[in-house]
Design a protein around this ligand. Structure first.
Ligand SMILES: [Zn+2]
Length: 264
């Protein structure tokens, strides 16, 4: 027999081709079954599948959390959210707390970590009056947007830690406000990762320009509207004008039918 004949004969006389295909198919089916069982039974154990599944989901969530700056009150209606930056200050923060308490008002205090460390008792006083905390970085670096991610994280997480240590307990810090209101995507992302909302404002009292108490009152009266977040200062300089302005503004807001709320 020639080689060709042998081969033809072999092919024709050996039906096991079918058998081989059956074996091959079985192996493939068993392999798939094994893979399926690994993926379904191994919850929590690292497999190649989870990272691609969670990474794209996490990215939009972070983006969504950091996409919008908070500029409004939590509740809708005739509410206003007062915010005080750059404290706590041993002279002005207690005076502002007293003014707020007299008016039955609440406010949010955006504190600088360095001041928090110097006056931890004021963090506890702010919390005891039912006010909320906002992280305003450790050192109030207005060029924070030009810093590395490591530095930005240190400034933001550092102030958050300073607030926890000062409070002597685990306290909520729902907001972060960038120094000078200078936001970058990185700053917003780091704050969001720390679980804080990016807090901006809709009304600038311009008390930081020291225009006189009467002008601060007029500026807020002209620009406030339901749902406003108002920027004021209890630290970062002499704030006697702000304290004096509050003595007029708080009763005026109440008379206008405003209620005090926190930012959204
Ligand atoms: Zn500030």
């Amino acid at each position: 027999m020639s080689g060709l004949e042998v081969e033809l004969r072999y092919r024709v006389l050996r039906p096991p081709y079918l058998y081989r295909w059956a074996v091959l198919l079985s192996v493939v089916v068993l392999a798939i079954a094994a893979m399926v069982s690994v993926f379904t039974s191994a919850e929590g154990t690292p497999t190649p599948a989870p990272p691609p599944a969670t990474a794209p989901a996490a990215a939009p969530a972070t983006a969504a959390a950091s996409a919008d700056l908070v500029r409004g009150t939590a509740r809708t209606g005739k509410f206003v959210a007062l915010t005080f930056d750059d404290g706590p200050d041993p002279v002005y923060t207690p005076q502002i707390l007293d003014a707020l308490t007299r008016a039955g008002a609440v406010a949010t205090f955006c504190m600088i970590g360095a001041n928090v460390t110097r006056h931890p008792e004021l963090v506890r006083a702010v919390l005891a009056r039912g006010m909320r905390l906002c992280d305003h970085t450790v050192s109030h670096d207005e060029d924070l947007g030009k810093r590395t991610e490591q530095r930005v994280t240190a400034e933001i997480a550092g102030c958050w830690s300073d607030l926890q240590v000062a409070a002597g307990a685990d306290v909520p810090v729902p907001y972060f406000r960038a120094p000078g209101g200078s936001w970058t995507d990185l700053i917003r992302d780091v704050a969001a990762r720390q679980g804080m909302k990016a807090l901006s404002w809709s009304v600038d009292s311009r008390d930081w320009t020291l225009p006189g108490a009467a002008q601060i009152v007029t500026t807020v009266q002209r620009t406030v509207q339901p749902g406003a977040v108002v920027l004021l200062h209890d630290g970062g300089g002499k704030r006697a004008q702000t304290v004096e302005a509050l003595d007029q503004l708080l009763p005026w807001l109440v008379a206008q039918g405003y209620q005090f709320d926190f930012p959204a």
